[in-house]
Write a protein that binds this ligand. Structure first.
Ligand code: AMP
Ligand code: FE
Ligand code: FE
Ligand code: ZN
Length: 281
């Protein structure tokens, strides 16, 4: 069984529609795929239909953008939560809305130095999608400023760039609590991805664990080897599940479906714990 628990569609910053993501998973020999768009569950229905057609089991999921009080970005995966849970829905809606204002600010700063307009960016966003820096990157690629998204993220769009603007994002412990309240299974995504920006200290792990964190995504290409020892230690000490995933974004990132996988035992445990929605087979 090949189980990949982290993938994006064009409901956020992936480049394929949810049904296309499921078809690509089938082609890649994946048996179980979680669709985890940023701050949105809008792709679940389309992915569920496609799951049955192409014989890949779908784990309905989401990746919630969070920020600690120290300003450190944290991504929290949620599996099998109730997409209608009011508290959780309120937080992700607030973040999703704030992403538009934030992108407008970034675009007006970028427009001082590069040939870029708001329309150029919106052109790359599917209707209603969660708007992010990758869409700004796509517009910069189209304008010939950079070669691809990766080049944009290693230069103009890094979190250390002068064009970078933050958006509202819930505290990670609050997000963990809300995911649990919604019957979901909260897993800390790529916790030590230091190339993306500052990473959290042990205090934040403990706050998230106290709030009900279920697992750590240790097998992910953005977690450097040297950061993984701490994660294994925390997982062992606190009985956390250990997952592995690709973080597939279609053509938007080099990450390939199934490049990291989760064990059948851990997947079974996630399915047992998740009570807000069901795996689609
Ligand atoms: P945002 O949430 O708008 O701040 O943008 C962060 C998103 O950009 C993350 O979800 C990543 O998937 C994506 N991202 C980060 N680094 C890269 C990269 N090097 N290439 C493509 N996408 C990236
Ligand atoms: Fe992304
Ligand atoms: Fe992420
Ligand atoms: Zn992701």
């Amino acid at each position: 069984m090949r189980i990949d628990l982290h993938a994006h569609s064009n409901v956020s910053d992936g480049t394929q529609a949810p049904a296309e993501v499921m078809a690509s998973a089938a082609e890649a020999g994946i048996d179980v795929l979680a669709l985890t768009d940023h701050d949105s569950t809008d792709g679940w229905a389309e992915a569920a239909l496609a799951a049955r057609e192409c014989g890949v089991a779908l784990v309905p999921g989401m990746e919630i953008s969070c920020r600690t009080s120290e300003g450190i970005s944290v991504h929290l995966l949620s599996y099998l939560h109730d997409p209608e849970h009011p508290g959780l829905l309120e937080e992700i809606t607030k973040a999703k809305d704030a992403r538009y204002t934030r992108a407008e600010r970034m675009v007006s700063l970028l427009a001082e130095d590069y040939p870029l307009t708001w329309d150029d960016v919106i052109h790359h966003v599917a209707p209603g999608a969660t708007l992010g820096r990758p869409h700004i990157a796509d517009a910069l690629v189209a304008a010939g400023v950079v070669e691809d998204r990766s080049e944009a993220f290693s230069s103009i769009l890094t979190s250390r760039s002068r064009y970078y603007v933050q958006h509202y994002a819930p505290d990670p412990a609050l997000a963990v609590e809300l995911v649990r309240a919604a019957g979901g299974v909260p897993v800390f995504a790529h916790p030590v991805a230091s190339a993306r920006g500052r990473i959290v200290g042990e205090q934040t792990y403990h706050e998230m664990i106290d709030a009900g964190l279920a697992g750590l995504e240790i097998y992910h290409r953005d977690n450097p080897e040297e950061g993984r020892a701490l994660l294994h230690k925390l997982a062992q000490r606190h009985g956390l599940l250990v997952t592995g995933s690709s973080d597939y974004h279609g053509a938007g990132k080099p990450n390939l479906l199934g490049e990291n996988v989760t064990s059948p035992e851990v997947f079974a445990r996630i399915e047992e714990l998740g009570t807000g929605s069901s795996v689609v087979r």
